[in-house]
Design a binder for this molecule. Structure first.
Ligand code: FE2
Length: 383
């Protein structure tokens, strides 16, 4: 069965990447819309980007009205700013929310109708030239053909997808992540870990995505605790930036599975950040999924040094699951109760969240059958 493998058209990676990408940034267009967040505007990535544009006489319009995970109203406002100012390209700089917003704004200005009307369909239209510059090591949005936008009317998180959502340019400098606080480092890093493990154990995994997934998981196990404990550990930060990018490439080509399917409704309903809800679900969901394909979990465990060739698949898969639980504990990922979500409210929402999780299509990529009853049981097990 043939398959495709996509990455950003050009990626400039490493310390000093912004300067190295100067010509590429200028080639995007003559009037970029900068999509970012108000905290990011105080940081080094934004400062370097604006310095490049200013010294080359490139006017820019800044849209930073993204107070949280993006919804369609924020996207509309960004598209209005793009059109009102005659912009001809988009540069997203920041964490997952600004980068996802930048992609969605590109869709909004290129296609008729609100962004929510394009959810679930393959977006093939030509979009404005897009560059993405991450300041966290997590979502890997700079390397994916996806964006997640909340429908403000119903609160659901909608997935927009299409090859044209891959940026023309990704600029990844790990030094931009040095200022991320421990809680953000943990949540975003666990998102990247979830991407890599889910892509490796997805029905859509391919021989081209497997090496990216294995390397990403190994790097995250070895470096996320260090980056969490000491944000200035440059070796750990660089490895996490590589891992987040690799994991993004993985999900862009092999998709996600049960964890992301169940995570989005928790985020939408209870406003838990994406990385945290993934982290809460990671061990329980993958323990369930491993029953359907212990050999895949075992292969990953051996690849990252948690088991040897002499270990049985069952033993090796268990070692991987134990490691996922251990890293969740090391990073002090809160439970739903510790996060402040009442048991009564959560359990009342379970039936609807289970339906939304299955409707997203992601659970169907899991290497075992997932029924509505299974999803309900897994949600209930979180309490
Ligand atoms: Fe994710």
């Amino acid at each position: 069965m043939p398959y495709t493998f996509l990455t950003p058209k050009r990626t400039v990676f490493g310390q000093g990447a912004m300067l190295a990408a100067e010509k590429d940034l200028l080639a995007l267009g003559r009037r970029p819309l900068i999509v970012t967040g108000n905290v990011v505007k105080k940081g080094e990535a934004y400062r370097q980007l604006i310095a490049i544009l200013e010294r080359n006489g490139v006017p820019n319009v800044v849209f930073s009205d993204i107070p949280g995970e993006p919804d369609d109203l924020m996207v509309d406002a960004g598209a209005d700013a793009y059109k009102a100012n005659g912009c001809d390209c988009i540069i997203g700089v920041g964490g997952g929310s600004p980068l996802d917003s930048a992609k969605a704004i590109a869709v909004r200005v290129a296609l008729p109708g609100g962004v929510c009307t394009h959810a679930g369909k393959e977006i093939v239209a030509g979009l404005p030239p897009l560059a993405l510059i991450p300041t966290t090591a997590g979502t890997g949005s700079e390397a994916t053909k996806f964006t997640v936008i909340t429908d403000h009317a119903c609160g659901a998180k909608l997935l927009l997808k299409g090859d044209s959502l891959l940026p023309r340019l990704a600029v990844v400098d790990y030094t931009f992540t040095l200022s991320a606080p421990p809680s953000l480092t943990a949540a975003t890093g666990m998102d990247a870990l979830t991407h890599a493990v889910e892509a490796f154990t997805s029905r859509k995994a391919t021989p081209l995505t497997d090496p990216y997934a294995m390397d990403a998981v190994r790097r995250i196990f070895e470096n996320l605790p260090a980056a969490y404990q000491n944000g200035n550990d440059e070796v750990a930060r660089e490895s996490m930036a590589i891992a987040a990018f690799e994991a993004g490439v993985c999900i862009s080509n092999a998709s996600v599975t049960l964890v992301h399917g169940m995570s989005r409704p928790i985020g939408a309903k209870f406003h838990v950040s994406h990385g945290l809800s993934n982290a809460m679900l990671l061990a329980p969901c993958l323990t369930f999924a491993a029953r359907g394909a212990p050999e895949r979990f075992a292969k990953l465990a051996r690849a990252v040094g948690l088991a040897g060739v002499g270990d049985s698949n069952t033993h090796a898969a268990a070692a991987l699951l134990d490691k996922l639980k251990a890293i969740t504990n090391t990073l002090n990922i809160p439970t739903l109760a510790a996060y402040g979500i009442s048991q009564e409210a959560f359990l009342a929402a379970v039936p609807q969240m289970a339906r939304e999780a299955l409707q997203s299509g992601s659970p169907a990529n899991t290497l075992c059958e997932v029924t509505e009853a299974d999803v309900i049981n897994l949600y209930q097990s979180l309490y």
